[in-house]
Design a binder for this molecule. Structure first.
Ligand code: ADP
Ligand code: MG
Length: 701
């Protein structure tokens, strides 16, 4: 056995803390091993120094006394004794342990230290651990219920991992109601050792699990999670719900990017890049998972609707279109066949309205026609319980078709009391039913989303030849002066070293120096206040563009320095930057980065200039960026039409933006000490003319 197999398919299980008292968790675990069917498959060893027998199994004082090998230990004893118990597991050579006991990281500093001790023991004995502070593990195919959950769920195609044990119990209860089946269930608890990443790697190979569900409250190894999930989602759909999405409001934010990007944006980007379908609610998590788990894949976006009522048909049409799907356009033969069979008042076009008096046979005919039409990728069957409706017979009809059909069929039997048995029948055929068309459409949309994830090209990572030593030199210099913020003047060198175009510029300490520099650069020039303490220069009149001659330049210099000193008397003023004036006709965009505590460098792209904060038309991706991801970012922003050229204008140089994004991605990968950066604006010109970084700022750790 390799990896995590002993957690799910152990030959023997020891329950440390097994109890004869039905009130105790240590009893519930043994009970579940019996009731869940494991006892007839593997061997159960209760560990309890003061009992000789528990639920008919011979008890042992410690695992060391057991004469045979043990694959899995379940530890349910008070926390002070857990480290010692785990150590005996190591000594016994047990490869895997589930620690149900609480009293670790979640219980403060002392608990955290105790948890670290567990990790150390795991490393020492090469032992894998799930938990602590968890509900346990279930594999319904083994079958194994090594948990204290109330009951064992029916088996099915969904593998569920949950950081919250309590939520896990709710999910198991839903499964017990019979509408969905689980292949595996893991309550991850504090994730001291085994995390979402390990389970993804293990479950992608599990034939019983067709869809993987994740409830997570945090991803400490965000970068690795993305890397692994990206591979897994090519083979199997993963749906996740993330709770606790809040803005990191407490941190002082010193850049545009910093104020735009929070943990929510990081999750959004990370899940997207990883190919994970994100559910906004528990309801939608299961809506998606049912379709992905029980139905064949959706290979296109053309959906047929069959309904016995007009209104729901319209609702379904709207919902499908809103979700980016389309209504299938039938072949003429399909329409003719439907017209011949259906009553005159029926609609033979999509949505097919079989009318309120339709019996099961009319549904059957319509279903057969539509399912055989090559323009149909999926079918939504709507049913309202009208007086003549044969609910159960129709459900059987749909079910029999689904049995031999290669395209997905989703039910939308609407109502509650009268349709209940119909839904049970659909469920028995593996057809998910949704109470409203919007939810069925959402499920189809998840299937379409998964298709596009599965078929997206392999990410291409480019590596540019750059000048790392120059960057290091600047950073060392800034650090030596105990500064964290790198302003325009110094970040220029950094960007240049990474191959970005920047305008010529030099710092002038006096008006006369400015005039000399301008002579070298050539008029018109731009003058900017140069100070490590001024973040937004325009706000204090610290930027003057289009200076045409020496006398204007001198005046601008005097005024700029005077104003800066007046508004910000504390600020250190180095002088003014005299800068080459970039030609007009460009579009100002923003390229930035800030580091997310979980996922690492988060790259921002958006329409730039002075409107960034007001319009917030920005998008995010986690670095390292692939070429495709950088291209996607451009298409993401609402104002992307401006990049394509409006009103007869030629398109902007998109490849120059992509290039900038990729170079910035490489820079922040190479220099983890850069924690925030902004290029705003990056002035982009028409296709073939490139882009220039006009203003930039970096912040060091
Ligand atoms: P800040 O963002 O600190 O206010 P910037 O350096 O970004 O200052 O300048 C503000 C605006 O001035 C830019 O958005 C751009 O429109 C214009 N600008 C700045 N530098 C140049 C330049 N070299 N050539 C042309 N326009 C410029
Ligand atoms: Mg700026």
């Amino acid at each position: 056995m390799t990896g995590l197999d002993t957690f799910f398919n152990p030959k023997s299980v020891a329950v440390i803390g097994a109890s004869t008292n039905p009130e105790k968790l240590g009893y519930a675990v043994v009970r579940n091993l019996v009731d869940g069917g494991y006892a007839s498959k593997g061997v159960v060893y209760p560990i309890n120094p003061s009992a000789s027998e528990i639920l008919g199994f011979k008890a042992y004082p410690t695992v060391l006394e057991i004469p045979n090998t043990i694959d899995l230990a379940v530890i349910v004893i008070p926390f002070p004794h857990v480290p010692d118990a785990l150590r005996t597991c190591g000594q016994k050579g047990i490869p895997s342990a589930i620690v149900i006991s609480a009293g670790f990281r979640e219980a403060g500093q002392e608990g955290l230290e105790r948890e670290l001790e567990l990790v150390q023991i795991c490393n020492e004995y090469n032992l894998r651990l799930i938990g602590p502070n968890c509900l346990g593990v279930i594999d319904s195919f083994t079958p194994l219920n090594a948990s204290f959950a109330a009951g064992t769920p029916p088996s099915g195609p969904m593998a569920f991992m949950s950081q919250s044990g309590a939520l896990g119990t709710a999910v198991l209860d839903i499964a017990l109601a019979g509408r969905l089946g689980l292949s595996k269930f893991v309550s991850l608890g504090n994730k001291a050792d085994v995390s979402e990443i390990d389970l993804l790697q293990s479950w992608v190979k599990d034939v019983h699990s067709r869809v993987i569900l994740i409830y997570s409250e945090g991803m400490p190894n965000g970068q690795e999670f993305i890397r692994v999930a990206r591979e897994v989602t090519r083979k199997k759909p993963v749906v996740a719900i993330k709770s606790g999405v809040t803005q990191s409001g407490s941190r002082a934010v010193s850049s545009h990017t910093g104020s735009l990007a929070g943990s929510e944006q990081a999750y959004q980007a990370a899940f997207h890049q990883a190919g994970i379908l994100r559910a906004e609610s528990m309801e939608s998590l299961f809506d998606m998972a049912l379709a992905l788990g029980y139905q064949p894949p959706l290979n296109g976006d053309r959906i047929a609707i069959i309904t016995n009522a007009g209104g729901p048909g319209i609702l379904a049409t709207d919902a499908l279109e809103k979700n980016g799907l389309s209504l299938a356009r039938f072949e003429l033969e399909t329409i003719h066949a439907l017209e011949q069979y259906l009553p005159d008042a029926a609609s033979a076009a999509n949505p097919v309205d079989v009318l309120g008096d339709a019996h099961a046979d009319r549904y059957q005919f319509a279903l057969d026609c539509v399912a055989n039409d090559p323009n149909v990728d999926g079918i939504m069957v709507l049913l309202t319980p009208q007086a003549m409706t044969e609910i159960d017979a129709t459900a059987h009809t749909v079910g029999s078709l689904a049995r031999h059909n290669k395209i997905p069929i989703l039910g939308c039997f609407m109502g509650e009391a009268r349709i209940k048995s119909g839904i049970d029948i659909l469920t028995s055929y593996g057809i998910p039913n949704y109470p409203f068309p919007e939810r069925a459409a959402n499920a189809f949309s998840a299937m379409a989303g998964y298709k596009s994830i599965q078929t997206r090209p392999d990410p291409e990572y480019l590596r540019f030849t750059v000048d790392q030593p120059s960057v290091k030199k600047v950073i060392d210099l800034v650090r030596a002066e105990n500064r964290l913020s790198i302003g325009d003047a110094e970040s220029r060198e950094i960007l240049q070293a990474y191959g970005l175009r920047i305008p010529k510029s030099e710092i002038a300490e006096t008006p006369e120096m400015a005039v000399t520099i301008a002579g070298r650069i050539g008029y018109p020039v731009v003058l900017k206040i140069a100070s490590p303490d001024i973040l937004h220069k325009t706000d204090i009149g610290g930027v003057k563009v289009g200076l045409q001659n020496a006398s204007d330049l001198r005046d601008a210099f005097e005024l700029m320095v005077y104003r800066a000193q007046r508004y910000l008397p504390e600020a250190r003023i180095w002088g003014c930057l005299v800068q080459e004036m970039a030609p007009s006709g460009g579009l100002e965009v923003l390229v930035g980065m800030n580091r997310d505590p979980q996922f690492g460098p988060l790259i921002t792209f958006g329409l730039g200039g002075i409107y960034v904060e007001t319009l917030r038309d920005v998008t995010f991706r986690v670095a390292p960026l692939s070429r495709q991801e950088a291209e996607e970012m451009l298409a993401d922003v609402r104002a992307h039409a401006l990049l394509d050229g409006v009103r007869g204008q030629p398109p902007m140089d998109k490849s120059a933006i992509v290039d900038t994004l990729l170079r910035v991605s490489q820079l922040v990968q190479d220099f983890p000490e850069i924690i925030e950066m902004d290029i705003n604006p990056l002035m982009v010109y028409h296709q073939g003319e490139g882009a220039v970084a006009l203003d930039m700022r970096l912040v060091l750790k």
